[in-house]
Each structure stands twice: as C-alpha cells, then as structure tokens.
Ligand binder design. Sequence first.
Ligand SMILES: [Zn+2]
Length: 441
Amino acid sequence: MMLMILFKDALIFTFDENKPFKSGNILVKGDVIEHIYFEDKKINGYKEINCSGTVALPGFVDAHTHLIQSFGRGLMENMSLTQWLEHIWQYSLDPESSYYSTLLGAIEAIRTGTTTVCEMITECTAPDKVVQAIKNSYLRGVVSLAVSDFQEGEHTPLVSTDKAAERTKSFIEKYHNSSEGRITTKISPVGLPAVTIELLKISKSLADRYNVGLHLHACEGKIQTERSKERFKKSEIEVLYENGILQENTQLAHVIWVTKEDMLLLSKTKTSVVQCPSSNIKLIDGITPISDMMDIGINVALGCDGAASSSSYDMLIEGRLSSFLQKLDKQNADALSPMQVMKMLTINGAKAANLKNVGIIKPGWKADIVFIDIDQPHIYSPNPNALLANIIFSAKGSDVKMTVINGNIVYKDGEFLLFDAKEIFRRGEELLEKTTNKSSF
Ligand SMILES: [Zn+2]
C-alpha cells in the first residue's frame, strides 16, 4: 500500500491575492497531493505530521543552475563575466569530485527549500556522475548536457559539431524520464557565443525528435552579446528565433541585453526567461528587464546559477534580489510584488522547465512542498499580506523546516532523512581539499 502522510495545521499558500494563506491539512499519497482538508476530518491509515507554526509553499524551482560548480565556490571572486569565463572553462573535476560537488550543492538547495533543479551540466567530463548525484539527493531534476562547438575564448571547452550532437542524443536517450519520471532532460547548446548555426539546427531537430525542450544561456554579458551581433549581423534573440530555438518549451538564462523587438519575439514564441540575480550582480552582467517582459506576457522564472559565480543555492536570496533590482532599476517601489516573486520561485519555474502538475499545492499535483517556520520574530505577522512580504523580503533559507519532494520527506528539523548527510560532508570536504590544493582556478 502506498504511504499516506497528513501534513496537519499548516498555513497553505494559495496564490490568491486576497487570501494568500489558508489554514488546512495536506494529505499526500505516494508522490501526489491527494487532498487538502480545510476542516477537521477523521481519516484513517496515514502518518500524521504536526505542521503548526509553518507555512506550506510549493517547493522552489531553480530554473537555471550548475550544482556541479559548488567546489568552485569562492575561487573565482572579483571578476567580470569575461574574466570569469576563462576560469570556469578550466574548472574540471574528476568523476568522484563531480559527484560530491553536485551532491553538496543539492543538499544546500534542499536545505533552503528547492525541490526542482534545472541543472545545465557544464565544464564536466563526468555528466553521469552529476545526474547520479541529483538522483541520489531525491531532487526533481531537469538535466541537460551543455555542449559547445565554437571557440568563444581561449579556454572554451569545445568539441566537433558531430560529437556535440552525438553526446546530446545519448544523454537524452539515457536519462529522459528516468528515476520514475523524477529526472527529465532538455537540450543545451550552451549559448550562441560558443556554438555554430549548424549545432543550433541539430539541437532543434533533436528537440523535436525526442519531444524535449531547450535550455540555453542568452544575452548574458554586454561584450558577449555585442560580439554575437558582429558575428551574425543580427541580435542573438533574432538568430535563435530564425533557427527555431524559441518556443514554449525553451528556457533562456539571463537575457539581459535585449531590445523591445527581441522581447516581442520571446513573447510571441512563449519562450521562458530565467533571471539569476546574484550571479548577474557579482559578474556585473546587468539587470534582466523582467518587469517589461512580464508586461508583455513573458514567463519569467528564477535561478541560482552556479555557486562559482553566485556563491549560493538559496532561492529566497534570488527572489529578494530580483524584486529589489526591479524597484531600483525602474525607480518604482511597486515593481515586482511579493506575490509575483512567489510565482517566479514556484509555478513560473515549473512552466519554464516544462513540468506538468508541479508548482502549486493542489490535489492531483506533485507533492513538492516546503514548510517554513514562521514562529520567529523576523517572519511572523498576523496580517497575511505582511506575512507574505516577510517570507519574500526577510526569511532565509535556514528558516526552512521541512522539504518534501515527490512525496518524500527529504529534510526535516535539521536532518536529512533519506541519506547520510554527515558522511557526504566528510567525503565531500576531503575531495574539496584535494581539488582546491591542486587547482589554479
Ligand atoms: Zn549558467
């Protein structure tokens, strides 16, 4: 018989502007939310967990990340994107370190409320180890193998176009819809500055053939975007559009240096945009014009990017920074409300990742739920709108009390319940020491 768990007495987030929270009980059966009871009802045959003093939110969807980079954290500081790229291109880990670097990133993500990661596997000679780490962490994963076939800089890790196509193909065949559907795949020509038109065309035809989406970097740095324009005599977004890359199942990370015309193309094709505020601030990339994008109906989500640039895998930080950046950039204190940020952290991310029935706490939807401890001076308010504002502008990842992914309680009250996190830290630290000592990145 499938395990049933009743998460009792939580304030459940509703997405309703007038009543953002409703007190109730969530019944989870297997990997799905079976029912939500707003009244006290006697039911039998379930395990009960007391959730009073918490809000239940849909789990956060990190719509663009590189968990593999967690061993590079702190080693590539004080650099602009152009300098940083030359360093990250030389970041290379052995298979065991690739596994632990990803797993430590996954643990941090789960600890801070992330339930899905869109992991674009870059700079990696052991992609299987990255997928294995995500699988073993119990995260939901939309994984893609980044490939490049054009020399963007001195150290760009490139392969031939044929090889890039072959690797992409075998990666998808191996991992799409694996781990009982918890792992899905996308196709990642890494970004226009490092790929050829031929690879774009092949990527599009593979996406069609396997019915999977695309996940690319786009218009991240000003210099890189200008170089692309010189190379193709048109904007990066126009080149992607003309080669069929823009579509509903495509997510583009960053998308900072775009014109109004570019944004109209994104809107017309229903392409999703993923802003990565911490990474964009630290590498001084610029600010994604997300308010303008939302005004014309573009789906905008959030991502932590890799810790080698952003320094953390805590989605609440990204949500907060995203709102602050828009307020300042637009000189409009009303820009990007807590409700909009909450959507970006959850349902918009699920949409970008092309995940069905993920991102809302609703019967029949996947049981990806994060519980935040609100009985604390920096969060608690009897006013529901203030409570929502406090979660977005004041709560920290460490305020997460419990993370449920696909119906599994993965993290609760400081403990990881499904794996030996202490042992993972121990081996992870050993490998990190070894890697850091011999590396120059
Ligand atoms: Zn990235």
